[in-house]
Design a protein around this ligand. Structure first.
Ligand code: PLP
Ligand code: ZN
Length: 382
């Protein structure tokens, strides 16, 4: 943990710097994404960890904000269970987070940040889970929150947002139209744009996914992390967390990231296969996996570079595969939203290659998250 005053936001393209109090959400010159600077994370010792509560705040030294004791909902340390019929694969049950998705890992940091900076208002945009997470933590922090969602967002998710007291703006058109409306609202002075895509604090929250895994696997990471990718908040967080573990000497190689997109909305998989550095220009078609249907990921180039740096790949799954995996998981007692079945679909379809080198039999070869709860989504066959 560093004092807040030593932290700033930095545009890698222009070298511009912004004080946190400026509430900048992207570079004012190039409109590029900003990174956190002035932060030197360290990893707590096993002795320290042994007596800390099972929340993501147990990694205090590795987080850029102190535990917000009045805001936390006890998020973190979700179960790791054996995959149905595959003893070499584990599933991390992130749908057991306080608002039902892994987005709580990042949202709690953004609410804590808004609180520290005395922001009068938080604005979020999301096809659902990021918005509900931000709305819940804003409510907990007592900060007014406005959430922009596409018109097509499920009634269950909208009801959850309104229950948290957020003002919900349903925007007709594409997912990108929603992001544009939120960006406009975010430019109002005194507003923290609590964007899971732009705000780098979010990734310092999602990185705890791998810290927990490392602890749960006895101080090791699996060979392969299978992760969904839309805007890349879990992929980039997992990559960041893995790099921090490597820098701390706690692992000896980065886990390979196999990222999964929906076949009908795959700008990253398309670019990856073509060897391109920037996401492909695509025309998205509808998919059951609405949580990863992101046609223009703002951190696309960063995601492609991160996955390549791990020796990983980006693959795609069809709606038929998602639907079958969704049903199979439920039959095994795991009720996820359709998007939450995408990684298991890739594993089940044999799209995640086993490592050629011998590996430690005590460590599962792959871990995939179950990202979102089935309880708030529309069922795939309704
Ligand atoms: C947010 C989310 C994803 C994808 O995360 P990105 O940050 O867009 O890559 C996947 N599944 C679920 C359930 C989500 O809520
Ligand atoms: Zn810039």
């Amino acid at each position: 943990m560093n004092p807040l005053a030593s932290l700033s936001l930095h545009c890698p393209a222009c070298d511009n710097r912004y004080a946190l109090h400026d509430l900048a959400w992207r570079c004012t010159d190039c409109h590029g994404v900003l990174e956190l600077s002035g932060f030197a994370p360290t990893f707590p010792s096993p002795a320290d960890l042994s007596h800390r509560p099972p929340t993501l705040w147990r990694y205090a030294e590795a987080l850029p904000l102190a535990e917000p004791t009045a805001i936390t909902l006890g998020e973190g340390m979700t179960p790791l269970v054996t995959a149905p019929g595959r003893s070499d694969v584990r599933l991390k049950v992130d749908y057991l987070m306080p608002t039902g998705s892994f987005k709580d890992r990042g949202a709690v940091l953004l609410a804590a940040l808004a609180d520290k900076l005395s922001a009068g208002r938080m604005v979020a945009d999301s096809s659902g889970n990021a918005g509900t997470a931000i709305a819940a933590y804003a409510a907990r922090a007592g900060i007014p929150c406005e959430v922009y969602v596409p018109q097509s967002t499920s009634a269950g998710k909208v009801a959850q947002l309104r229950a948290y007291g957020a003002a919900v703006h349903q925007i007709p058109g594409s997912r990108e139209d929603t992001a544009d409306a939120a960006a406009e609202a975010a430019d109002v002075p005194g507003t923290l744009y609590a964007s899971h895509v732009y705000n780098p604090f979010f990734f310092h929250g999602t990185k705890t996914y791998v810290f927990e895994l490392w602890e749960q696997l006895g101080g090791r990471l699996p060979h392969t992390l299978v992760l969904p990718v839309g805007n890349g908040t879990l992929v980039l967080g997992a990559h960041l967390g893995s790099r921090e573990l490597l820098a701390a000497g706690l692992i000896d190689r980065l886990p390979r990231i196999v990222a999964v997109q929906a076949a009908t909305c795959a700008p990253l998989a398309t670019a990856f296969q073509a060897g391109h550095a920037e996401p492909a220009q695509i025309t998205p078609e509808p998919t059951l996996a609405e949580g990863i249907a992101i046609a223009r990921p703002a951190r696309g180039a960063q995601i492609l570079a991160a996955i390549r740096a791990t020796g990983g790949v980006i693959t795609t799954v069809t709606d038929a595969q998602v639907s079958a995996s969704h049903a199979a998981l439920a039959r095994a007692g795991l009720y996820v939203e359709p998007t939450g079945a995408a990684c298991w679909a890739a594993l089940s379809a044999g799209l995640v290659a086993e490592p050629e080198t011998p590996r430690d039999p005590a460590v599962p070869f792959a871990v995939a998250p179950l990202c979102g709860s089935g309880l708030k989504s529309k069922p795939p066959h309704s």
